[in-house]
Design a protein around this ligand. Structure first.
Ligand code: IMP
Length: 263
């Protein structure tokens, strides 16, 4: 079982990521279980990718462990893609989601509108590059809000072809079509490709020759060597440079937690 740190304190997101990654034998560990000091990461980026990168890199730097983070939001076309990057703050500033729904209804003048959820995931492997994966879910906004499951803007968002809001469908259904699921799918594909690359590199490495084979080889090549060749061979040989797979550390990493002893 691999363990990756998640740079988020949003319980709903953590739960969705845990569910989505468990079939791939990946355990998601919230950063607050590893770093005891309590702090929030300020999202100062101007794009979803910048914010996700900022969160993943900050936590990877502190934990020295492979870390991923997401930044997501709801973009409503008729409102110039608002609330977008500020989706969480928009609801907070208005005193909660009920008020945010009312405000959006007012601004859209009661009309339904095309919209999409976007999720950008950044994956940081310490001392390596950060990888970015993006997923979208297209749909439209409906009023009044409907449904009880999910979180945030789920009760006013109907994904295309569903006829029900994100808050009216099951967790499993949401996790199979959501923006987060699509971004996560790309991340998982990336991990699988890295693993395949690692395997094929291992296969293509020349086999090391056993002592017995070396003796047999010497016996079967009795031709005397010329003096020049002997001189050439006695020169110290350069050590071969071995290529390491940058993801090796990431794929094999196993985070030890105090809580593991209880599992
Ligand atoms: P973040 O934690 O900065 O990525 O904020 C994302 C915000 O976008 C959330 O707090 C929600 O308001 C909204 N959001 C993102 N994903 C979803 C979703 O799947 N359902 C409902 N709201 C979402």
């Amino acid at each position: 079982m691999k363990k990756f740190v998640i740079a988020s304190s949003n319980e709903h997101k953590i739960a969705e990521f845990k569910k989505m990654l468990s079939p791939f034998n990946i355990k998601v560990v919230p950063y607050k279980e590893i770093l005891k000091d309590d702090f929030e990461i300020e999202e100062t980026g101007t794009t979803f990718a910048e914010n996700a990168k900022l969160k993943a890199e900050t936590i990877a730097e502190k934990t020295k462990l492979p870390t991923f983070a997401d930044d997501s939001g709801l973009c409503i076309k008729a409102l110039n893609d608002e609330p977008g990057l500020f989706s969480a703050r928009y609801a907070e500033d208005l005193g909660g989601y009920e008020n945010a729904f009312e405000k959006l209804n007012e601004r859209l003048n009661g009309k339904d509108s095309e919209a999409y959820f976007i999720c950008t995931i950044a994956l940081t492997i310490p001392n390596e590059t950060t990888h970015i994966f993006e997923g979208r879910c297209n749909g439209f906004i409906v009023f009044p809000a409907r449904g009880k499951t999910g979180f945030g803007y789920d009760p006013i968002f109907v994904p295309n072809g569903m006829g029900r809001t994100f808050a009216e469908i099951s967790e499993e259904e949401k996790n199979s079509i959501s923006h987060r699921a699509f971004a996560m799918e790309k991340l998982v594909k990336f991990l699988e490709d890295e693993e395949k690359k690692k395997e094929s590199e291992l296969k293509s490495k020349p086999k090391s020759t056993s002592k017995k084979e070396m003796v047999e080889e010497q016996i079967s090549t009795p031709e005397p060597q010329k003096e020049e060749e002997v001189k050439k061979e006695s020169k110290p040989k350069k050590k071969p440079v071995t290529q390491t797979n940058p993801m090796e550390e990431f794929i094999d990493v196993d985070v030890k937690l105090d809580s593991d002893e209880n599992n």
